[in-house]
Write a protein that binds this ligand. Structure first.
Ligand code: HBI
Ligand code: FE
Length: 294
């Protein structure tokens, strides 16, 4: 007889695919249905990440992860987490089954709702993921949503998304998100620190992004980032470094129309490439990337 639960365990990514979803793609997290093994997996990911990130994540992230009590044992209940987050910045975390269409994603962000995958990764994917799970989305993204400046940046990104789609420049805007929200580094008095959620939710990339001599680290420049292609299935070849969240927000609180026009004729920059005008913080050896390096 097929064991439903064993099936879900074998392929956790599909765990919420069959449940009814609302028009905005949100679902019921059904928190009581997580198995003990799934809660234990969260705890293990959390403990491992906390050790790695103590000296590597930016202070704003560490502070808010603590204020939001993400350390409470087991997978967080998104409704209860949202009840702690909303009084701080107005953001809520809403459960979804997996990736949602771009326009749905942007509409949530524009309304200060962060869609978070409700499933947790399998034991085979502890350090690499095809699709964002609850550990990436909640542990990686949610702490900075409690920071008022970053909270505004994320909403502005959501509002800008629809416009970028209309103008056919979503690719350029998505690169901004990728190289900041997902894989951004920030300069601090203690040295470079991580703020990107894609790095936060991978212990291996957390060490790589800051300490490896392979990747380039380049000062953030909006137009440069919008031209830069990225790879989705390995560590990044170039990380961009912001000076402050306020500076990032200020740079992005302007009409992107002229910038998009410029993008229509600008050439793409390869993920590993350094170009004229870059303010290079560290030039990578690209050694880790082997054959991939061009
Ligand atoms: N859906 N659940 C989810 N999470 C994302 O990060 C996400 C998405 N849909 C589209 C998307 N991201 C990106 O393609 C946009 O930022 C461009
Ligand atoms: Fe993400």
């Amino acid at each position: 007889m097929p064991d439903m639960h064993a099936n879900a365990e074998a392929n956790p990514r599909n765990r919420f695919r069959a449940v009814p979803r609302n028009e905005d793609f949100t679902i019921d997290q059904d928190w009581s249905s997580y198995s003990a093994a799934e809660h234990e997996r969260w705890d293990r990911l959390f403990a491992q990440s906390r050790a790695v990130l103590q000296e590597r994540a930016c202070a704003e992230f560490l502070e808010m992860a603590s204020v939001l009590e993400l350390s409470c044992s087991g997978i967080p209940d998104m409704r209860r987490l949202s009840d702690r987050l909303a009084p701080m910045t107005g953001w809520r975390v809403v459960p979804v089954a997996g990736l949602v269409p771009d326009e749905v994603f942007f509409d949530h962000l524009a309304n200060r709702r962060f869609p978070a995958g409700a499933f947790i990764r399998s034991e085979q994917e502890m350090d690499y993921l095809e699709e964002p799970d609850i550990f990436h989305d909640v542990f990686g993204h949610v702490p900075l949503l409690a920071n008022p400046v970053f909270a505004d940046f994320m909403q502005a990104y959501g509002k800008g998304g629809r416009r970028a789609m209309q103008l056919g420049r979503l690719q350029n805007l998505a690169r901004l998100y990728w190289y900041t929200v997902e894989f951004g580094l920030i300069r601090t008095p203690q040295g470079l620190r991580i703020f990107g959620a894609g790095i936060m939710s991978s212990a291996a990339e957390s060490v790589f992004a800051l300490e490896s001599d392979s990747p380039n680290r380049v000062a953030f420049d909006l137009a440069r980032v919008m031209r830069t292609r990225y790879i989705i299935d390995d560590f990044q070849q170039t990380y961009f470094v912001i000076d402050s969240f306020r500076g990032l927000l200020d740079e992005c609180y302007r009409d992107f129309g002229a910038l998009y026009e410029q993008m229509a004729t600008a050439s793409d920059v390869e993920p590993h490439a350094l170009i004229e005008g870059d303010s290079v913080i560290t030039r990578g050896t690209l050694g880790y990337f082997g054959d991939r390096r061009k």
